[in-house]
Design a protein around this ligand. Sequence first.
Ligand code: PEP
Ligand code: MN
Length: 263
Amino acid sequence: LVSRELQAHDSIVSIGGVKVGGGKFTVIAGPCSVEGQDQLFGVAEMIKEQGVPLLRGGAFKPRTSPYSFQGLGLEGLKLLKAAREQYQLPVVSEIIDPNDADLMYDYIDCYQIGARNMQNFRLLEAVGKQDKAVLLKRGMSATLEELLLAAEYIINAGNPNVILCERGIRTFETATRNTLDLNAVAYLKEKSHLPVFVDPSHGTGVKSLINPLSRAAVAVGADGIIVESHLNPKEALSDGHQALTADDFARLMADIKPFVAAA
Ligand code: PEP
Ligand code: MN
């Protein structure tokens, strides 16, 4: 179902009315975690001013350590919905439990499946039974075949609105958090009709590298990027080291503009 042999033209996926894919480059931005109203609304207002059409923010966080901030849960979802209303920004947020699919439905516009859950097949089926978009991130050690089969699970369960996302993989290299696999983008665009996004924030884990890798994402044919941002990264409860401030973010948008125009 994911194959280009079956469908030659690009799939267009709607996230709360914002269409992604099909040759248009779309930016999704927001904090790693929803931490509170001031934090979330501050970032939402900033990205809105920068012309970004979609807001990201985690309410349920799949943290490596059980002692790290786990997210605000339902309270976070309520804040996301409030931000969506206030700034007219459809929302992308991660689901980590199949039982949360119905609960989340009214609060979000796109379910994110995180790298750690790419092969959580019950979770894939749960979002497959919904009619909202799904941003499916590549597992940190998943092959592209495995990623495409994970997407196949969602579509086979009844939901064709899948967006693939390359977010960096584990390699021998330790200079960066992950190794952003740009081969994957070109390969997936060739093999599949689904939109393909790049996450340069988790892909590099290094603030200064987000900008060049975002330009590379445009050049290699990605349909968009998902980027983490925080107005006060030092205070962030997760991934502050890779969060773009308002100034960083303005620079990113200015820097990718000519590449988007030329693509
Ligand atoms: C995230 O988007 O904050 C996240 C946890 O991403 P990943 O699943 O790619 O690590
Ligand atoms: Mn993060």
